[in-house]
Structures are given as C-alpha cells and as structure tokens.
Ligand binder design. Structure first.
Ligand SMILES: [Zn+2]
Length: 393
C-alpha cells in the first residue's frame, strides 16, 4: 500500500513471528503493516478492541481521534481505559495503553476528534479509517470525509445485541454508507448517542472484526467486506452477510457528489432531541399524513382492496425483512414510477424507521396524490409491535 516499506528489526521479527508464519501475511505483509497509517475514530467500545489488535499487529502509525474524557460507565466495554483513567482525555489513556502494548509503533493522538472542519484533511493523512463512533451524525461525517479523501472506511456499529461491519471503499469500487442509508433517520427516531444499552462483549466482537478487516486491507490478503454488510445477532449467535450494491447517483460517492468543504448543516441533526414529524398540511382530512403501524395493519385488514402498502427501502433491506403484500419501489426510483402508482387507492408508505417514507409521502402529495399516508416508525416498529418474527437491523 504505502511506498516506503521499512525493514523489521530482529526484535520485531520475533514479536510478529505468528504473523510471519502465515503465508498470507509473511514478511512482505508484515512490512506493509509496519508502513501503514491507520486512523481510529473514537476510542470507545469499538475503537478499544480495534486499536488494541491493530497496535499488537504492528500497524506502524496508529492515529486515535477522540474529544471525550473517560467516564466510569465507559469501563463496562471500553478496554483501552481503566479505573485510574476516569476523567482523563480518552486519547491520552488510549495512547498510554497502546504504547505499553507495542513500543515499536507510533501512536498519534488527535484530541480535537473528527470535526466538519478537519475531517477531510485528517483522513487524507492516513491509509485506512476505522469508524468506532456511536452516533449517526459522526457516521455520516466519517463517510463523507472518507469518500472525499478517497480512503477506505472500516465501518462497525452496535446496538443492544446486534452488530454490523462493512468496508466502505468507493475508490476500490465498493459502495459507501450513504449507498446503504441515504440519509440519517429522523432525529429521535432511533436511540443513539449513548441512550441505548449495549452488551460489552458485543463491542469486542465487532471491533475485533474491524481490526481484522483493516489488517486484510493493509496486508492485501483475503476477501474484504467491500460491497457486503456483515450482520451479527449476538442473542441467537448468528452471522449473516448481505450484498450491498453501489448506488450510481449516491450523493457521497456518485459522479455528482459534492467536492470541497463539508457542509456543517448535514451533520448536526442526528443527535438532536425528538421532533414532531407530523405537519398540519393534510390534503384531505380523511387521509392523515402519518399513522401508527397498528393503524396501518387495521386499515389493511379492513380494506385490503382499497389500500396499497408501498415499501420504499433499498433491495438489500428487503432481503433482510419485508411484509409479504408490500409493493417495493426504492425512494430514489419513486419519481420514475409516478405513472404506475394508483390514485384510486390509499397508499401506505413504509421504510425502515419512517423518515424516508415521510419524504415520499410529502413528495407524492406534492404530485397531487391525496390518499397517501406515512407509516410512523417503519418496518422496525412493525417488527417490535406487530410481527416479532421479522428480522430487525
Ligand atoms: Zn455512496
């Protein structure tokens, strides 16, 4: 990957001997690891195992970006820090631990964290970015900056007992995070920013997988999770992998993607307090702008011929879960299908959490459809309140 590949000292050769024995890594691969520059964004639940394994693996320059300080409730899963480091900046606690783990590598701290102002330039100085952040605004910021810097982003996320891993690498031909989720869920629609619980060891699984993918990318062996999403269900001990198509007109990695500085307005809202999504602009009083999943189910049962369920999620999402009687048209293809949609039936629009479907509902009303209603909470609420057999993601 990088041009200058350093020689390894006898002490380093001894330290990394279990890597050197692997034909897929060997001396050449270990030297690539030593020459690599990897940035870990977030020294928390995912960043901890990722950083520890990458330091031990001999990544030559390991950057740690985090603006936060260690709190006692972090210690349940953030293994870079210990009881004595509560109150210290996380980057300092992490640097001490990683230097103790491997004195042959360089640790660079970025105590300001990743911001809209510094992200693209910061990422440009590294070969691989590891996303260990825990909220949507940071994820979109990391994705958009990595796209602009042309660097692979090793994505991981955890929620309660579920985890996801992928490699977003448009420069290598794969999709990005916005190909997967074009926009952030409605503010308040998804718990994030530390308000949902998470199993500590789950972070170990996902963060370790991120380290593993990073080592593969740098040393150049195996098949990376580029264009695939690994979904882990810790409750039932189940891994599944879904293919992720690249979206041709993606706003982050497509040909028309914005260049230049990032727009701060795009990354501010995802952690804001919940907002009331229902507006007063109804075309007709008998068709509300938004209804609950229970009300949507009751309408479908009462008037199966007069209602149409319209699922506007992406194909890979349909592969995870879908309602059997729904008609599927992804959000971005809706404008091309205006002529196919019935105007004499009541359209009930569904997505993952209710944000994209609300946009489609408002769009169709602007196009003259009177009988269009958003299903609040989307298929995730459907899975929670109506049909627990549906897979959640
Ligand atoms: Zn994209």
């Amino acid at each position: 990957m990088p041009a200058a590949v350093p020689d390894l000292s006898p002490a380093e050769l001894a330290r990394y001997s279990r890597h050197l024995m692997l034909g897929e890594i060997g001396l050449a691969g270990q030297r690539r690891l030593a020459a690599a520059r990897v940035l870990i964004v977030g020294a928390g639940g995912l960043g901890s195992p990722a950083a520890l394994y990458l330091a031990a693996a001999g990544i030559g320059t390991l950057g740690i970006a985090d603006f936060d300080r260690v709190a006692d409730h972090n210690l349940q899963r953030q293994l870079l820090h210990d009881h004595a480091s509560v109150g210290r900046p996380k980057v300092d606690s992490a640097a001490d631990r990683l230097r103790a783990t491997n004195p042959f590598i360089r640790i660079v701290v970025h105590p300001e964290g990743v911001t809209v102002a510094n992200a693209v330039e910061l990422f440009a100085g590294y070969d691989v970015i590891v996303d260990g952040t825990d909220n949507f605004s940071s994820r979109y910021l990391n994705n958009d900056a990595a796209c602009r810097a042309g660097k692979p982003l090793v994505y991981g996320s955890v929620f309660k007992f579920d985890g996801q891993v992928s490699v977003f690498d448009p420069a290598g031909g794969g999709p990005c995070y916005r190909c997967l989720f074009p926009e952030a869920p409605a503010a308040g629609a998804v718990p994030g920013c530390g308000e949902a619980g998470v199993l500590g060891a789950l972070c170990g699984v996902i963060g370790s997988l991120q380290a593993l993918e990073t080592v593969k990318l740098v040393a150049g062996f195996g098949t990376p999770l580029r264009g695939r999403l690994l979904v882990y269900d810790a409750l039932n001990q189940n891994f599944q992998t879904f293919n992720l198509p690249r979206v041709p007109h993606c706003t982050a990695c497509g040909p028309a993607a914005a260049r230049g500085p990032l727009d701060p307005a795009r990354y501010a809202a995802a952690c804001a307090p919940p907002v009331q999504a229902v507006s007063a602009s109804m075309s007709e009083p008998e068709y509300p702008l938004e209804i609950s999943v229970a009300a949507a189910r009751d309408l479908r049962r009462a008037q199966p011929d007069r209602t149409v369920l319209l699922d506007v999620r992406e194909p890979y999402e349909l592969a995870i879960c879908r309602l059997p009687d729904a008609r599927a048209i992804p959000l971005r293809e809706i404008p091309d299908h205006i002529g196919d949609l019935p105007r004499d039936q009541h359209l009930l629009v569904l997505c993952h959490h209710g944000s994209r479907s609300l946009r489609v509902t408002e769009y169709l009303r602007d196009q003259g459809f009177a009988a269009v209603t958003n299903i609040a909470g989307g298929i995730d609420a459907w899975a929670q309140e109506i049909d627990p057999s549906l897979a959640r993601y």
